[in-house]
Design a protein around this ligand. Structure first.
Ligand code: SF4
Length: 71
């Protein structure tokens, strides 16, 4: 599973990295440090990844089975 964060949608609410501290972190401005990136979600952290996506009020986080599909 891959988690992508849309840099244009991210407003720095910080809910994602508070929901999934083992997967995401904050930068010095309070935005998620992985903004604009796609990260691979380790097998045991899928639930955290889903919680992070659900927590984002901007809908900036998307989850995919593979890096280059919308599945
Ligand atoms: S919760 Fe959403 S808007 Fe807030 S920092 Fe995370 S990705 Fe950005």
């Amino acid at each position: 599973m891959f988690l992508s964060i849309d840099a244009d949608k991210c407003m720095g609410h910080g809910r994602c990295y508070m929901s999934a501290p083992g997967l995401l972190s904050d930068d010095e401005e309070g935005f998620v440090a992985q903004r604009g990136q796609t990260v691979e979600v380790p097998e045991g952290m899928r639930e955290e990844a889903q919680e992070a996506a659900d927590a984002c009020p901007e809908g900036a986080i998307s989850l995919r089975v593979a890096a280059d599909t919308d599945a």
